[in-house]
Design a protein around this ligand. Structure first.
Ligand SMILES: [Zn+2]
Length: 52
């Protein structure tokens, strides 16, 4: 699943606030919290996808 920036994957709301203190994206409509993927984690994710 690909997450668009500033769009909630749970309710598709664009009322998403980035909490700089916690480095998290928080949806103000449904309260879902999304942690930002670090470049390292994204690389790991791609690697996992290459293994079939
Ligand atoms: Zn939401």
């Amino acid at each position: 699943m690909t997450m668009k920036k500033n769009e909630c994957v749970e309710c598709a709301s664009q009322n998403v606030h980035f909490n700089e203190k916690d480095q998290q994206l928080v949806c103000r409509d449904c309260g879902a919290i999304f942690e930002e993927l670090t470049p390292k984690e994204e690389k790991k994710f791609e690697k996992a996808h290459d293994q079939k």
